[in-house]
Design a protein around this ligand. Structure first.
Ligand code: SF4
Length: 466
């Protein structure tokens, strides 16, 4: 019977059906970091359990690491304690830790793919919501909570409810200045922040098929913001070309055999879906969020909705928090901070696009602008291309790898009512460290355009944009 990739991977990793209707699913790769693991390891120790598959577990540090001064011990005692606990736990359990001295440290969803750990047909779990990123490779990748981290450490399994599958096909040509970030913001705007509840999202269509792996990762990354438990793209030649030669990818004949198997895991052409959505790519314009969830967005040349045009409670609350009024233009909104970073948009291609906008320009005097590469490898590659100089010459700060201002569990925080043009993935109240701080989500190129203009501007009005 024709099946989707989701069902093939799910069936292949099913250990057994549980009496409560859930499935016990084997997890091929468990990625861990410093924030959601200390308690999980404590719970393990309290029960006298050990890590079942240390060789299927890999650790890095990202959320709490400072990005300006990464010398140990960290000035923040709590951050230092968290990192020390991870080091101790990994040492005791025999888990590989890619720490700050490894040259391979970075945001967990950036380093997995770039090292070839993330491969098609896998099940992957991590104690971070945006684990869906890894679905870009045709993996079923699940963000989990601390007690589930404990379960995976102890058993390499998770108890999960089955999901329905929604196919989302993006068709046609993206216009100049429109990026993968705009595509996923469009999907979330149309289907809603809870529209994906109970679903896996399968992204396809000729637009997605033409996308690079970096672009596919940006789309899958924000699946969770649309309520979907996982998001994925069927593996194809683009996937295989990306993986060839990476540190943990198969080599030689084994790689060719792997490609054949990976291909077989793609959804069958006649597979049926629980839901089917088609979105025209050429209608999408550069997009900016104006509210307090990622579904509250407008095209850069649109005006903000009023309470009458939708869910009045949520729109009214968002307008009040953001200090906006119905009918305001988003263009021209003055910003205080510009942030290029996060697991959504801090890969080399993101930095290149931002640099194309910044080159030869200066950050507006009132704006604090920072670029935080997603990993040490991204940082080194960008420096080999001279991108660091492009940014610093323009007045950006060039930082060490980490989550930084995506969630501000480190010194990179908004202050007071500051407004941040951000390439990250969440604009919830207080997400960037200040309870009253305001976040506008957009593509890295749009962040760069806002940084040099001092306010939100249509990146298409600036030169050098593809
Ligand atoms: S960049 Fe943000 S979303 Fe991504 S792993 Fe870090 S905190 Fe989570």
């Amino acid at each position: 019977m024709a099946r989707t990739l989701f069902h093939k991977v799910w069936d292949l990793h099913t250990v057994r059906a549980l009496p409560n209707g859930q499935t016990q699913l084997f997890i091929g790769l468990h990625m861990i970091h410093e924030v959601t693991t200390p308690q999980a390891f404590d719970m393990l120790r309290a029960r006298g359990w050990t890590v079942r598959f240390p060789e299927r577990t890999i650790a890095t540090v990202d959320h709490i690491v400072p990005t300006r001064d990464q010398r140990r011990p960290f000035l923040d005692v709590m951050a230092e304690d968290m990192l020390a606990a991870l080091e101790r736990n990994c040492r005791d359990a025999g888990i590989t830790l890619l720490d700050l001295s490894s040259g391979a440290q970075g945001i967990v969803h950036v380093i997995g793919p770039e090292m070839g750990l993330t491969q098609p047909g896998m099940t992957i779990a991590c104690g971070d919501s945006h684990t869906s990123t890894h679905g870009a490779f045709g993996a079923v990748a699940l963000g989990i909570g601390t007690s589930q981290v404990r379960d995976v450490l102890a058993s390499q399994c998770l108890a999960l409810d089955p999901l329905k599958v929604r196919r989302i096909r993006i068709t046609g040509q993206l216009a100049r200045g429109v990026y993968a970030k705009d595509v996923i913001l469009e999907i979330i705007r149309r289907l809603g922040v809870n529209g994906g509840a109970g679903y896996a999202y399968e992204y396809g269509g000729d637009t997605v098929e033409r996308m690079t792996m970096d672009e596919r990762m940006t789309i899958c990354n924000m699946s969770i913001e649309g309520g979907a438990r996982v998001g994925y793209v069927n593996p194809d030649q683009v996937t295989f070309d990306y993986l060839r030669g990476r540190r943990f990818a198969p080599e030689g004949d084994a790689f060719d055999r792997a490609c054949a198997w990976w291909s077989s895991m793609a959804s069958d052409p006649d597979a049926s879906y629980d839901s089917d959505v088609i979105i025209a790519a050429d209608a999408i314009r550069p997009t900016v969020t104006w509210g307090i969830n990622p579904g509250q967005s407008v095209y850069v040349d649109e005006r903000l909705p009023g309470p009458a045009s939708g869910d009045s409670g949520s729109i009214a609350e968002a307008l009040a928090f953001m200090g906006f009024s119905a009918g305001d233009a988003i263009t021209g909104t003055r910003i205080d901070v510009a942030f290029v970073g996060s697991c959504t948009n801090a890969r080399l291609s993101d930095l290149r696009e931002a640099a194309r906008v910044v080159r030869g320009r200066r950050v507006a005097p009132h704006v604090k602008a920072l670029v935080v590469p997603g990993s040490q490898a991204v940082r080194a590659a960008a420096e080999r291309e001279g991108l660091d100089r492009v940014f610093t010459d323009a007045g950006f700060e060039w930082r060490g790898a980490g989550c930084s201002m995506c969630l501000a569990m480190n010194p990179d925080k908004l202050e007071g009512r500051e407004i941040c043009a951000s390439s990250s993935n969440r604009n919830f109240k207080g997400r960037q460290g200040s309870p009253s701080g305001r976040t506008l989500l957009m593509s890295p190129a749009m962040v760069a355009a806002a940084a040099v203009s001092g306010h939100i501007v249509d990146v298409r009005e600036l030169t050098d944009v593809h």
